[in-house]
Design a protein around this ligand. Structure first.
Ligand code: NAP
Length: 244
């Protein structure tokens, strides 16, 4: 690998949007680390993409484990000495859809925030030195339009009647975190953005989504590859700004 070769890491990439994000990033020639929490499934997913001739490597990363994060950072540091692109994609939904917002358990709230918010903050903090070692790093936080408070209060919005509070609030929080980190890094070449992938046919919704997985990965990939004139601190879907 030469020094100008870009290196990316995508969390939660064993299936769904993450796996396809790895494929599409690697198709552009970026060396892409497919991160997953199960060693066997992570290796298997990476081998499949390697067999397609793509520059993909597996890396073990359970995003809610400080120990696992530290090991992944050490591995990227010793192998590449930098990280050009971090896609915080891993996410879960544990709200009980049959229950009212006030009836969701605290356990569900805590589990959701552990994965969808606190892990994103910790992974990003841990990789920040390697991101700063790259010439112009990009951080993409995979949010959701369900994190848009403006859409939730609008009776005409498609999400008005769909309220899963732990997940929704975790994605609103990721949007806020994105804005705060973008502000901190505003005088550096690093750009930090949140995206909505679309309502995508993955395991997360039992395949009920409206768009296919390749289209669902486009917002992450597009934002991971923006140039110096691209946005920072934004929230978008396929390049179109979404309301906070
Ligand atoms: P998915 O098919 O359920 O895949 C989720 C991925 O995250 C899996 O690879 C899973 O790994 C991984 N993951 C979960 N917890 C993890 C942890 N603690 N450590 C490491 N990896 C973990 O979901 P998806 O639809 O592709 O969703 C990807 C992202 O898009 C999520 O952030 C989601 O909130 C967001 N999103 C999705 C939609 C949609 O319509 N699908 C809409 C808006 C936003 P395992 O295989 O090990 O379980």
């Amino acid at each position: 690998m030469n020094a100008t070769q870009k290196v990316a890491l995508v969390t939660g990439a064993t299936r769904g949007i993450g796996l396809e994000t790895v494929r599409q990033l690697a198709q552009t020639g970026v060396t892409t680390l497919l991160a997953g929490r199960d060693a066997g499934r992570t290796k298997e997913a990476a081998e499949k993409l390697k067999a397609e001739g793509l520059p993909v490597e597996p890396i073990l990363l359970e995003v809610t484990s400080s120990e696992s994060i530290a090991k992944a950072v050490a591995e990227v540091s010793s192998r590449y000495g930098k990280l050009d692109i971090l896609v915080n994609n891993a996410g879960i939904v544990v709200d009980d859809m049959s229950k009212a917002p006030s009836a969701q358990t605290l356990k569900a709230w805590r589990e959701t925030f552990d994965t969808n918010l606190f892990a994103v903050v910790e992974v990003t903090q841990a990789f920040l030195p390697l991101l700063k070692a790259a010439p112009a790093a990009r951080i993409v936080n995979v949010s959701s339009q369900l994190g848009s408070i403006a859409m939730h209060v609008d009776p005409n919005s498609p999400i008005y009647n769909f309220k899963i509070p732990a997940y929704d609030a975790s994605k609103s929080a990721i949007n806020s975190w994105t804005v705060h980190l973008a502000y901190e890094l505003r005088d550096t070449p690093i750009k930090v953005n949140a995206i909505h992938p679309g309502y995508v046919q993955t395991d997360m919704n039992g395949g009920q989504g409206e768009i296919d997985v390749p289209t669902g990965a486009k917002s992450s990939v597009g934002m991971a590859l923006i140039g110096a004139d691209g946005p920072t601190g934004s929230f978008s879907y396929l390049g179109k700004t979404l309301p906070w």
